[in-house]
Design a protein around this ligand. Structure first.
Ligand code: SAM
Length: 291
């Protein structure tokens, strides 16, 4: 629902406030894409021209394609995800391969599967703190043939178990989910400041634990599917103040989407940009040698 809080956010942050609010109102910004897991499969779908940040193992579906209903889906040839999730996960492309990847907030599995395809990790740990979300996660990993260990742990417990081991950590954080509206889904309270602030506090707690997972020189990917500055740029600013040894990475492929709302590199996708419902991503690195 477009309320005064959504309008306020639009006026403060959106490059084209009217187009943003129209996209929320229309609820038609979802842009399905498929992440191909194996080489050699036929690609039976009509695809859109790729975005600059899109890896070659992802195809954005042309209108009318229904990849979720094709037999190849059940065979685990690909995973379906919104193109905005690809925008976020594509920050991983080009990072060193073969290390240990920990996905702290993994269910239902899209980012973990992307990391498996992009980084060919030696060890992939997919964690989901909410027990009932573990089933869909393990089901998707199994269907897609992704070799991963799963955990159901609070980030603090995960950090105790795996401290300093990860070459890459993913925090695709639980958030207010404002972009659900742009996908035509209901999400009452998504723009309410109390909800946004409570999500931001949870994101900070998760990140503070997740930093402990990083090996020297390791990378931390932070992403959300929401537009609130408090859950995006402000969370990263907080993280940099708390852990000044972290550096934020430039993503040249994402340059057209650099956020003007921070003095460090981080990237926003809006639902009126034509690449899905929108989201936010920042990539950080821990120092090569411990401070
Ligand atoms: N990365 C997933 C993907 O690409 O399919 C989506 C992750 S979703 C945006 C956020 C996840 O964080 C949810 O599965 C949610 O259950 C989990 N979560 C909720 N509270 C959490 C907490 N306190 N610590 C860690 N994860 C949490």
């Amino acid at each position: 629902m477009i309320n005064k809080y959504a309008r306020k956010l639009a006026a403060k942050l959106a490059p084209d406030p009217e187009a943003f609010l129209a996209a929320l109102e229309a609820g038609k910004s979802a842009q399905p894409s498929v992440l191909w897991l194996r080489d050699g499969d036929e690609h039976p779908f009509a695809a859109l021209p790729p975005a600059p940040w899109q890896p070659d193992f992802v195809e954005a579906m042309a209108q009318g394609e229904r990849p979720g209903r094709h037999a190849l889906h059940n065979e685990g040839a690909y995973y379906c995800l919104d193109l905005s999730s690809v925008f976020e996960a594509s920050a991983l492309c080009g990072l060193p391969t073969g290390g240990t990847v920990v996905d702290v907030c993994a269910a239902p599995g899209g980012k973990a599967i992307f990391a498996y395809r992009a980084l060919a990790p030696q060890r992939l740990i997919a964690n989901e703190v909410i027990g009932k979300r573990l089933g869909p996660l393990t089901g998707n990993l199994r269907r897609c043939g992704v070799a991963a260990e799963t955990r159901c742990a609070d980030p603090s417990k995960l950090a105790e178990e795996l401290s300093g081991l990860a070459s890459v950590v993913l925090v695709d954080a639980p958030c207010s989910g404002q972009s659900l509206l742009a996908r035509g889904q209901d999400n009452p309270g998504a723009f309410h400041p109390v909800n946004v602030n409570s999500c931001a506090n949870r994101q900070k707690r998760i990140l503070a634990e997740s930093v402990r997972l990083l090996a020297p020189g390791g990378f931390l990917l932070y992403s959300t599917c929401t537009y609130a500055r408090e859950e995006n740029e402000d969370v990263i600013a907080w993280l940099l103040a708390r852990f000044p040894e972290l550096t934020v990475q430039e993503l040249p492929t994402h340059a057209a989407h650099r956020s003007p709302h921070a003095d460090f590199p981080c990237y926003r996708l809006w639902p009126d940009a034509g690449y899905g419902a929108g989201g936010f991503v920042a990539l950080l690195q821990s120092p090569i040698s411990a401070p």
